[in-house]
Design a protein around this ligand. Structure first.
Ligand SMILES: Nc1nc2c(c(=O)[nH]1)N[C@H]1C(S)=C(S)[C@@H](COP(=O)(O)OP(=O)(O)OC[C@H]3O[C@@H](n4cnc5c(=O)[nH]c(N)nc54)[C@H](O)[C@@H]3O)O[C@H]1N2
Ligand SMILES: Nc1nc2c(c(=O)[nH]1)N[C@H]1C(S)=C(S)[C@@H](COP(=O)(O)OP(=O)(O)OC[C@H]3O[C@@H](n4cnc5c(=O)[nH]c(N)nc54)[C@H](O)[C@@H]3O)O[C@H]1N2
Ligand code: SF4
Ligand SMILES: [Mo]
Length: 726
C-alpha cells in the first residue's frame, strides 16, 4: 500500500499534459491579472496559471481566473448565426453573409424611415480595445446613430463623470503601488476581497510589510469591513453627507493643505461655505455615523503624510454617484492627496475592459478622450477617418438608461446589443421585457446563445470569446495588457472585430473608411491618435506590452515603460489647469423604507459568480459553490416574520416580487437585506434604479421592499424559472 496508516495523503497536482503555455490577460474583472493558458498535445486548453513576472498579480489568480480555460467549451456557446422574423418564432440557422446582410438592411431601413437615431447600439466593457475603437468607427463614422452607449452606464459612469467634473478629464490618477506608500486607506462601497481578490491581495501584502489604518465604509459587514481597523456602517445612499462632514472637520480644525488648495484648485470658497453646513452632529443624523467617529476619521486622514481613497459600486450606483466621486476628489484635493505616492482617488473599475471602452469606443464622444462637443476634436477624427466632419453630431446622444425608455415611447425602433445582457442586469425586469418586445428589430451579438436577452432577438450573431481573439484590455490602474490568441473561435463563431469589419463593408460610407483587419493594425491607429495626449499609447506595441506584462498609459514614444501616476505636477485637464472643488448639497431622493415596504434592499455580487452567470453559471467549480439565488437577512428581523435559515422568502417592491433562499447573518442590519444580482428573474425584478442626474447611472443599491415567508421551494422554482438548464 502506498499510503500506510501513518503516512499522510500527499497533495498531488494532476498532470494535465500541458505542452505549451500561452500569454493572455483575465477577461473577468478589471484587476487585469496576467494569465497563461496551458494547451495539451491536441491543442485543447486544459489549465490556467498566474504569471509570476507580471506586476499586477505576481503569479496569483482568484478562483475565476484559475478556471478560465474551461470557458471555451462551456455550455450554451453560440455555434452559428440564427434568424427569425418575430421574436416568438423558432430560430433558423443562417450563414454569416445572410445574417449580416439582414442586419445591415434592417439598420438602413429603420434609419431611412425614422431618422438615423432611431437605431441604437448598446455595447459593453468586455471586448478588446481594438474592437471598441472599430465599433466606434462603425457607429459614429458609418452608421451615424447618436444613440450609442455601453453597459458602463450601469457601472463606471459616475466615476467618469466625477473625474471629469473635478479634474477636467476621465482617467484614474493612482495605481496599486500606492498601497505600498500610503499612510491611510479609506475604502468606500467596495467589497475588494470578493470582487477584486488580487487587488485585495496586493493590499494585504503592503499591510504585511507596514501597518497603516484601513477604514471601510459600507452598510454591510463585508469581509473587507471585518478586516478593517474601523468599519463605518453608513445609512444607504448618504456617503455625500459623510464626505462633506469629513471636509467640514478638516477645514474647521485647519488640517487642510492650504498651499495645495491655493496653487492647484478653484472653487475653495463656495466649497468651504457649503461644508460649513455639514457639522458632524447634523451629518450624523443623516448618515448614521456618530460625530466622534466622523471627527476621528477626518483627523486620521488629514494628518497622514499621504492618504488614499478607493471606491466601487457602493458610490457609483447611487442617485448621488457622481457627487460621491466628486466628494472623494474634494477630500483628496483639500488634503493634497492627488498624484503623489500613496495619495490618490482611485476608482476600482468593474469589467475587464471598462477602461478601454471609456478611452476608445466613442460611446460618450470620440476616440482618445475626445469630445463631440469640441470642433477641433471632431475635425481631428473626421480627417483621420477620411469623412466629412459634419457627419458627427455636436453633442452626445442618449445614455443606455435613457435608450430603453426611448424604445418604450417609440422613438427608437431598432437595437443592437453587443456583449451585454440587460434582461438580467437592468433594473425592473418586467419593464425591460416589455421594452424589448416592442422593438421592430433586435440583434444580439454574444458569445452565448442562451443569454436571456436573446429570447427577444430577431438575429443572433455568435461571437468568439476572450482568448479566442486577440487585442488589449486596460485595467483599473490604466495598465494596457495583451490577450493573445490561445484557441480558435468556437464552432462557427467569429471575433467581434471581424463582425464589425464585415458589417462596415455593407454600408456605402463603410467602403470609404479604412477598416484594418488585424488587431495590431488597429492598435497602430490608437498609437497615432493618442500621440501627445493624456492617454498616450504611442510608445506601446503588442510585443512591448507582452514583454512588460502590461504598460500603464501615458507611454510616449520616448518612454521605455509607462507612467504610474497622473497629475504629479498638480496640473489638471480643465482649461486653466486647475482642479475644481465643488459644493455638493445633499438631496434626499431615494426610495426609503416605510410602513408598507420596511426594508432597505441592497444588491451586489459574490466571489464565485460574474454578473449574469452566462459564464460562471456553466463552470462546475464556480457554480457549485453558489448555485441558488439567496438573500442575506438579519436573524432578529427574520424571527419576527417567522422566516428560517435555509427557508424561502418572498420580497415585494413597488415593481414586482422575487423568491429567494434565506441566509441568516449579522452581516446585515435588521432593517436591511442583501441579494446578489447574478440570477435571472431575481433581484432586478424588484430593484428600482433611480438615475443619477449627471451620470445617468442607476441606484442599484437602494430600494424599499417588504418580506414574507414563502411556502416552499416549489414557489421559488416557479418564480425563478429560467430558460436555462445546467
Ligand atoms: N466575483 C465578481 N467580481 C467582480 C464582478 C462580479 O460580478 N463578480 N463584477 C465586476 C464589476 S463589473 C464591478 S462593477 C465590480 C463591483 O465591485 P463592488 O462594488 O466591490 O461590488 P458590489 O457587491 O456591487 O458592491 C460593493 C459594496 O457596496 C456596498 N454598498 C451598498 N450601498 C452602499 C452605500 O450606500 N454606501 C456605501 N458606502 N456602500 C454601499 C454593498 O454593501 C457592497 O458590499 O466587481 C467586479 N468584480
Ligand atoms: N441589481 C444590480 N444590477 C446590476 C448591478 C448591481 O450591482 N446590482 N451591477 C451592474 C454592473 S456594475 C454591471 S457592469 C452590469 C453587467 O451587466 P451585463 O453586461 O448585462 O452582464 P454580463 O453578464 O457581464 O453580460 C456580458 C455578456 O457578454 C458576453 N460576452 C463575454 N465576452 C464576450 C465577447 O468577447 N464578445 C461578445 N460579443 N460577447 C461576450 C457574455 O456572454 C454576457 O452575455 O450589471 C449591472 N446590474
Ligand atoms: S482578480 Fe479579477 S482579473 Fe484577477 S484572476 Fe480574478 S477575476 Fe481575473
Ligand atoms: Mo460593473
Amino acid at each position: 500500500m502506498l499510503f500506510g496508516r501513518n503516512k499522510k495523503n500527499p497533495i498531488k497536482i494532476a498532470d494535465k499534459g500541458v505542452v505549451e503555455w500561452k500569454y493572455t490577460t483575465c477577461g473577468y474583472c478589471s484587476t487585469g491579472c496576467s494569465i497563461e493558458v496551458g494547451l495539451d498535445k491536441a491543442g485543447e486548453a486544459v489549465a490556467s496559471r498566474g504569471v509570476g513576472g507580471a506586476d499586477v498579480n505576481r503569479g496569483k489568480l482568484c478562483l475565476k481566473g484559475i478556471f478560465e480555460h474551461e470557458l471555451f467549451r462551456s455550455a450554451g456557446r453560440g455555434k452559428t448565426p440564427l434568424m427569425r422574423d418575430r421574436y416568438f418564432d423558432d430560430f433558423k440557422e443562417a450563414s454569416w453573409d445572410t445574417a449580416l446582410d439582414k442586419v445591415a438592411a434592417e439598420i438602413s431601413s429603420i434609419q431611412q424611415q425614422h431618422g438615423p437615431d432611431a437605431f441604437a447600439i448598446v455595447s459593453t466593457g468586455q471586448i478588446m480595445t481594438e474592437e471598441f475603437y472599430t465599433l466606434g468607427k462603425l457607429a459614429r463614422g458609418v452608421i451615424g446613430t447618436n444613440n450609442y452607449d455601453g453597459n458602463t452606464t450601469l457601472c463606471m459612469a459616475s466615476a467618469v463623470s466625477g473625474y471629469k467634473r473635478s479634474f477636467g478629464s476621465d482617467g484614474p490618477p493612482g495605481c496599486y503601488d500606492d498601497f505600498e506608500h500610503t499612510e491611510c486607506l479609506l475604502a468606500i462601497g467596495s467589497n475588494l476581497p470578493e470582487q477584486h481578490p488580487v487587488i485585495y491581495w496586493r493590499l494585504k501584502q503592503a499591510l504585511e510589510k507596514r501597518r497603516f489604518p484601513v477604514i471601510v465604509i459600507d452598510p454591510r459587514v463585508t469581509m473587507f469591513a471585518q478586516m478593517a481597523d474601523m468599519h463605518l456602517p453608513i445609512t444607504p445612499g448618504t456617503d455625500v453627507v459623510l464626505l462633506n462632514a469629513l471636509a467640514h472637520v478638516i477645514l474647521d480644525e485647519g488640517l487642510e493643505d492650504r498651499a495645495y488648495i491655493e496653487a492647484h484648485t478653484d472653487g475653495a470658497q463656495e466649497f468651504a461655505a457649503l461644508v460649513a453646513e455639514y457639522d458632524p452632529l447634523t451629518a450624523s443624523r443623516i448618515c448614521g455615523i456618530d460625530e466622534d467617529t466622523i471627527r476621528n476619521v477626518a483627523r486620521i486622514y488629514a494628518k497622514s503624510g499621504s492618504a488614499m481613497t478607493i471606491w466601487t459600486m457602493g458610490i457609483n450606483q447611487s442617485t448621488h454617484g457622481s457627487d460621491g466621486v466628486v466628494g472623494i476628489n474634494n477630500l483628496n484635493l483639500i488634503t493634497g492627496n492627488i498624484g503623489k505616492p500613496g495619495g490618490t482617488s482611485l476608482s476600482i473599475t468593474g469589467q475587464c475592459n471598462a477602461m478601454g471602452t471609456r478611452e476608445w469606443s466613442s460611446c460618450s464622444g470620440l476616440p482618445g478622450y475626445r469630445l463631440l462637443e469640441k470642433q477641433q476634436d471632431r475635425k481631428d477624427i473626421a480627417d483621420f477617418w477620411g469623412i466629412d466632419e459634419e457627419f458627427f453630431p455636436k453633442k452626445r446622444g442618449l445614455f443606455q438608461t435613457d435608450i430603453f425608455p426611448a424604445i418604450e415611447t417609440g422613438q427608437i425602433k431598432g437595437l443592437w446589443l453587443i456583449a451585454t445582457n440587460p434582461m438580467t442586469s437592468m433594473p425592473n425586469t418586467a419593464r425591460i421585457r416589455k421594452t424589448l418586445e416592442k422593438l421592430d428589430f433586435l440583434v444580439v451579438q454574444d458569445a452565448y446563445a442562451d443569454v436571456e436577452t436573446n429570447e427577444y432577438s430577431h438575429v443572433y450573431l455568435p461571437a468568439a470569446i476572450w482568448a479566442e481573439k486577440e487585442g488589449c484590455f486596460t485595467n483599473t490602474e490604466r495598465r494596457v495588457n495583451l490577450i493573445s490568441n490561445v484557441v480558435k473561435p468556437y464552432e462557427n463563431s467569429k471575433a467581434d472585430l471581424w463582425i464589425f469589419n464585415q458589417l462596415a463593408k455593407r454600408f456605402e460610407q463603410g467602403r470609404k473608411i479604412r477598416f484594418p483587419e488585424s488587431a495590431s493594425a488597429v492598435f497602430d491607429e490608437l498609437r497615432h491618435l493618442s500621440k501627445g495626449r493624456m492617454l498616450d499609447y504611442s510608445g506601446m506595441s503588442h510585443q512591448k506590452i507582452k514583454a512588460q506584462r502590461g504598460i500603464q498609459w501615458p507611454c510616449s514614444e520616448a518612454d521605455e515603460t509607462g507612467t504610474a501616476r497622473l497629475y504629479t505636477d498638480g496640473k489638471f485637464q480643465h482649461e486653466n489647469a486647475k482642479a475644481r472643488l465643488i459644493a455638493l448639497p445633499f438631496v434626499d431622493n431615494n426610495e426609503r423604507p416605510d410602513e408598507d415596504y420596511p426594508f432597505w434592499l441592497n444588491t451586489g455580487r459574490v466571489v464565485e459568480h460574474f454578473h449574469t452567470r452566462t459564464r460562471t453559471g456553466k463552470l462546475g467549480n464556480l457554480n457549485k459553490f453558489s448555485p441558488t439565488p439567496y438573500m442575506e437577512m438579519n436573524p432578529d428581523a427574520a424571527r419576527e416574520l417567522g422566516i428560517h435559515h435555509g427557508g424561502y422568502a418572498r420580497l415585494t417592491s413597488r415593481r414586482g416580487d422575487a423568491v429567494v433562499m434565506v441566509q441568516l447573518t449579522h452581516r446585515v442590519a435588521p432593517n436591511s437585506v442583501f441579494i446578489p444580482f447574478h440570477f435571472h428573474e431575481c433581484v432586478n425584478r424588484i430593484s428600482l434604479g433611480l438615475l443619477d442626474p449627471h451620470s445617468r447611472q442607476p441606484a442599484f443599491k437602494q430600494a424599499a421592499v417588504k418580506i414574507e415567508a414563502a411556502a416552499s421551494q416549489a414557489v421559488a422554482a416557479k418564480n425563478n424559472a429560467t430558460s436555462r438548464t445546467y
